[in-house]
Write a protein that binds this ligand. Structure first.
Ligand code: SF4
Ligand code: SF4
Length: 224
């Protein structure tokens, strides 16, 4: 899932300065699960903004809505007409949702209420951990299912840096060394020989370091 965190209230207020009618739009998928941008968070932020508008007598009107997903055109289409009644939309989706919404609502300004952070797993209630950076060339089969790109502070592909101490990362003593975890996992799987695999020099063009990526499935668009 994609994890996000709400921006500070002062930043949100500054982005909305001058708008009289604002629609706050939540997203009911990833950012809802991580308690950042779902229906409940929309209501909370709407209340805060209404109180602020009353206190400062700005006259700003706030409306609320939450879509199932903001990264999908078919859900956004359902609110295009509603959105035309506002001066701006405050999106509580991840950055992908904000951008699609912005594309579809031109010339209406769309501003982000969240900072999008990482691809995560839910570890326990209220805790999400980064597990993938979408590098586009997954090597988890060689590393016992533990990602050295996301979990090693230096994204090392061929073993530890040498700074690991008592199984912890030298960059953060609180964080397990990814390569210690990989070693332990491969050992448990009876696959320690995989520690000898030399990963070749990485072609980062498949990652976020290259051009903006896209995937086109010909079977899904009826071309095959
Ligand atoms: S190797 Fe790449 S795709 Fe696989 S989990 Fe790590 S970042 Fe994600
Ligand atoms: S101590 Fe381990 S996790 Fe930290 S940077 Fe070195 S190899 Fe990576």
């Amino acid at each position: 899932m994609i994890v996000g965190e709400r921006k500070p209230f002062t930043e949100i207020k500054a982005m909305l300065e001058g708008y009289k009618k604002v629609l706050i739009l939540g997203c009911g998928t990833c950012v809802s699960v991580c308690l950042a941008g779902g229906q409940k968070e929309v209501s909370l932020l709407a209340s805060q903004l209404r109180m602020d508008a009353k206190f400062r007598q700005t006259g700003m009107e706030i409306a609320e809505n939450t879509l199932q997903r903001q990264c999908d055109r078919e859900y956004i289409e359902s609110i295009v007409e509603q959105a035309r009644n506002f001066d701006a939309v405050l999106s509580m989706a991840c950055g992908a949702g904000v951008q699609l919404l912005s594309d579809m609502l031109i010339p209406l300004p769309v501003v982000p209420a969240l900072n999008t952070t990482f691809l995560a797993v839910a570890d326990r209630e209220g805790t999400w951990l980064e597990r993938c950076r979408g590098c586009g060339d997954c090597i988890l089969a060689d590393t016992g299912g533990i990602c050295p790109v996301a979990r090693c502070a230096k994204s090392l592909f061929n073993g530890p840096c040498g700074g690991s101490k008592e199984g912890k990362c030298e960059v953060s003593p609180e964080t397990p060394c990814a390569w210690q975890l990989i070693y332990d996992r491969l050992s448990a799987l009876g696959q320690l020989h995989k520690m000898d695999i030399i990963q070749p020099i990485r072609d980062w063009r498949t990652s976020g370091s290259g051009i903006p990526r896209s995937i086109v499935r010909e079977d899904a668009i009826g071309l095959s």
